[in-house]
Design a protein around this ligand. Structure first.
Ligand code: ADP
Ligand code: 5GP
Length: 202
């Protein structure tokens, strides 16, 4: 059996998760990003197949209703549907590659029920700072910003369901935090072949 690791990363929108993840992934071979499906419109600079699989609502729903469901988990977030393709995650784990899911709290709790992921939460230093970042990014209108801030308040209530919490205050420290967690999880003794303590292999 593969001992590849399933990482789940959640953060309220605008916290800096994409920025942190890009930096961490650039320096960590063997870690792949799970490209989700979404019915949301692409933002400027986003690429289909790299950032998301951008699909219509009908395509999303037919994948979701398939038996077994085409999604490992799915959720409605900010009035759009998002889901993690089951086949892709299984393929990567079987190939021995660690995979990281960037998903919201509702989806993370579903994955936690079905598998044994390492759960990581990224929080902003404050809600005021989160609002500043969302506005500075400039990709959402006023109504969407309000919706994302309300959602952030809800999501922050679930941090105790996660194994790790990173506060993204200084960006470089948050990047170091995430990188360190991934490296430490890879070094866990139970990850040795057959789950035995390393000493048993000698
Ligand atoms: P998310 O993927 O969580 O929605 P982004 O990575 O798009 O968030 O970041 C939102 C905005 O905040 C971006 O403009 C990004 O450059 C900025 N940002 C990210 N981390 C920090 C930080 N530690 N300090 C200040 N600005 C940050
Ligand atoms: P955004 O629209 O800003 O890219 O993402 C909005 C929210 O949807 C973020 O919290 C992000 O983590 C979450 N999200 C992205 N992909 C998925 C997914 O496949 N499943 C779930 N449940 N949430 C997702």
């Amino acid at each position: 059996m593969s001992d590849a690791i399933l990482f789940v990363l959640s953060a309220p929108s605008g916290c800096g998760k994409t920025t942190i993840l890009r930096k961490v992934m650039a320096g960590l071979p063997g870690l792949v990003f799970s490209v989700s499906h979404t019915t949301r419109q692409p933002r400027p600079g986003e690429e289909n197949g790299r950032d998301y699989h951008f699909v219509g609502r009908e395509e999303f729903l037919s994948m979701r209703e398939a038996t077994p469901s085409g999604f490992l988990e799915w959720a409605e977030v900010h009035n759009n549907l998002y889901g993690t393709g089951r086949a892709e995650v299984e393929r990567q784990l079987r190939a021995g590659r660690d995979i990281i899911l960037d998903i919201d709290v509702q989806g993370a709790l579903q994955v936690q029920e079905a598998a044994a992921p390492v759960m990581i939460f990224i929080a902003p230093p404050s809600l005021a700072e989160l609002e500043t970042r969302l506005r500075r990014r400039g990709t959402e209108g006023e109504e969407t910003i309000r919706l994302r801030l309300d959602n952030a308040r809800q999501e922050l209530r679930f941090t105790d369901r996660y194994d790790y919490l990173i506060i993204n205050d200084r960006l470089e420290e948050a990047v170091d935090g995430l990188r360190s967690i991934i490296i430490a999880e890879r070094c866990r003794r139970r990850r040795s072949p057959a789950g035995l303590p390393v000493s048993a292999a000698f």
